[in-house]
Design a protein around this ligand. Structure first.
Ligand code: MG
Length: 276
């Protein structure tokens, strides 16, 4: 049995929230996959879409690590499953984001994937950085200089996403390869967390709660305290040990997310985009 390139410890929590009837979020938090899916659609279609994507990726649980190609194949199968739900006559779709343990030349990496507006963050050396870039109308307005990050959280278009798995989207994912280091803490969440709780508060909780399950539970609770207007899900993954020599690593993370280059901006400025 090959050793895992990143030894992880994980906690996860989800809640329907205070306003919704169904919890359409789904998550997978078993090595090597740490993923959140936020479903959308009438009746129970959103719930079924997010569950279908998680079920597809759950087939890969237990592998020490995965490759981008393996993730792409699963994403294609996941999309077919969501499209089948949609063909019942009700539109169904889901976001997907998170990290998958990967390995390149003996070095452990966080293979980060994103479709939609759920988020993946890295907390390292006291700094919280958003790795994923939202596929959303407000993110496009921010990129165009027409909206500030501060105003975006209160914008009426904040729930409009520009890419999804299903829902008539081609679902093209973004991928990033982020070199892992011991002590890294990854936060994967639905917009029910990031839409209710600001980045500074997220960071404070990640500092205060050493145990990843305590951190995930507290983050979800915090979203409820802020109104709980949406389903809310959080996964917290700690890297306990990482294989490899980190002196010469391949890094596609946003510049600000690189180790040793902390600044106060949690918004990524660079991305590499893959397709499935
Ligand atoms: Mg949501």
């Amino acid at each position: 049995m090959t050793a895992a390139p990143i030894v992880t410890r994980v906690g996860a929590a989800t809640d329907t929230g205070l306003r919704r009837r169904l919890n359409e979020d789904a998550y997978l938090a078993e090595a090597p996959l740490f993923l959140v899916a936020d479903g959308m659609g009438g009746h129970d279609a959103g719930e079924r879409a997010s569950a279908a994507v998680v079920a597809e990726f759950a087939r890969l649980v237990g592998a020490p690590s995965l490759t981008v190609d393996e993730v792409r194949v699963s994403l294609r199968s996941a999309r077919a499953r969501v499209d089948a739900i949609a063909s019942d006559g009700r539109g169904a779709g889901t976001t997907l984001t998170g990290v998958i343990v990967a390995e390149v030349a003996g070095v452990g990496y966080w293979l980060t994937v994103n479709v939609g507006d759920s988020r993946t963050y890295r907390f390292a050396n006291g700094f919280l950085e958003q790795i994923s870039v939202d596929h959303s109308v407000v993110q496009e307005l921010i990129d165009a200089g027409e909206l500030t990050v501060g105003d975006a959280r209160g914008d009426s278009r904040r729930n409009e996403i520009t890419r999804a798995i299903g829902a008539g989207s081609d679902g093209r994912p973004d991928y990033w390869m982020v070199p892992a280091a011991p002590g890294d803490r990854i936060l994967v969440c639905s917009d029910g967390l990031s839409g209710e709780v600001g980045a500074e508060r997220l960071r404070d909780i990640l500092v205060e709660e050493a145990d990843p399950q305590d951190a995930a539970t507290r983050l979800v609770h915090e979203a409820l305290l802020h109104g709980g207007r949406d389903n809310v899900t959080a996964i917290v993954v700690d890297a306990l040990a990482v294989s490899g020599d980190h002196d010469d690593v391949f890094d596609t993370a946003p510049a600000g997310a690189r180790r040793g280059e902390p600044d106060g901006d949690t918004r990524p400025r660079a991305r590499s985009r893959g397709d499935s």
